[in-house]
Design a protein around this ligand. Structure first.
Ligand SMILES: [Zn+2]
Ligand SMILES: [Zn+2]
Length: 124
C-alpha cells in the first residue's frame, strides 16, 4: 500500500504559519526554533506586495463531490481547514489554491507556494 499523501511541512513553514495565526509561544520553543523564527520574521522583503497579491485571480469554491469524491477532501494547507462551498479561493499561477485570506497573508510574508515551493511571479 502506498502511504497516504501528506503535505510536507518543513519547520520553517510551520513557524511561518504560527506567526501568521499568532500562535507563537516562545516559552515552548527551542533555541533552534527561535533562530529559525528570527530568520522567518526577517524575510519580510520576500513577500509579495499587496497590489500584486490583489492581481491573482480568485474563485468561489464549489464542491464537485458528485463527479469526484476526492474533491470533497480538499483542504487549505495553510489553515488546514476543508473548503466549504462558497469559500473564496485565491488561484496561484502553479494552479494551487488557498483561501483568499490565507493565501494573501501567506504571500505577503513569502512569495513561494506552500505546496510546491514555486515562486509566485507576476510579470507583465
Ligand atoms: Zn485557509
Ligand atoms: Zn503550487
Amino acid at each position: 500500500m502506498l502511504p497516504q499523501r501528506n503535505v510536507f511541512y518543513p519547520i520553517k513553514m510551520i513557524l511561518a504559519t504560527r506567526i501568521f495565526w499568532k500562535m507563537i509561544d516562545p516559552d515552548n520553543m527551542t533555541y533552534e526554533e527561535l533562530l529559525d523564527l528570527g530568520e522567518t520574521v526577517g524575510t519580510q522583503s520576500r513577500g509579495l506586495p499587496e497590489e500584486l497579491i490583489n492581481l491573482l485571480p480568485t474563485t468561489k469554491y464549489k464542491s464537485n463531490s458528485i463527479f469526484s469524491r476526492k474533491k470533497s477532501e480538499e483542504r487549505c494547507v495553510i489553515c488546514q481547514m476543508r473548503y466549504r462551498r462558497g469559500d473564496r479561493q485565491i488561484n496561484l499561477p502553479c494552479k494551487h489554491m488557498y483561501h483568499t485570506e490565507c493565501g494573501s497573508k501567506w504571500l505577503s510574508i513569502n512569495k513561494t507556494c506552500p505546496i510546491c515551493n514555486k515562486e509566485v511571479l507576476l510579470e507583465e
